[in-house]
Ligand binder design. Sequence first.
Ligand code: RP5
Length: 163
Amino acid sequence: MTDSQTRFDVSIIMGSTSDLPLMGEATKVLDQFSVSYDVQVLSAHRSPNKLRQYLATLSERGVRVVIAGAGMSAHLAGVVAAEVVIPVIAVPLPGSPLQGFDSLFSMVQMPGGVPVATMGVGKSGARNAAILAAQILGLSDAALHQRLRDFKAAEEARYEIQS
Ligand code: RP5
């Protein structure tokens, strides 16, 4: 568990170490935008007490966005959203016999009052979760906002070269 005094902007939580390869896409993007983050493997099903204890520290650490990635019956993002009042971005992960449909439906269909911003399944979802987190932070950080603008321009230039 991270030192409870350590401050960071984004908390990335995933349900299992088996989620690390795909959720690593989110860390690459946050590195690209120089956004600080913490990574935890904490399961809503297997380690609910540790998860709750960790979530209770986020406010004092200055965390502003949570990214929660999980597969199968993925309750992680919903449980996080039940405990915090900062934005929660969910990444449904594939790998089960249902190939991510299970986690997508578990995450996207939250009851009214407990919002979870659910991305697409898998690698692109993890990537988009980090970009969305950076965009949220960029609303109050002009330098980060500019890095996001530069990223858009670079993506456009890259697309022009390819087409
Ligand atoms: C979920 O169950 C995890 O997020 C993971 O995607 C899935 C399988 O976990 P393992 O059995 O590989 O630990 O809770």
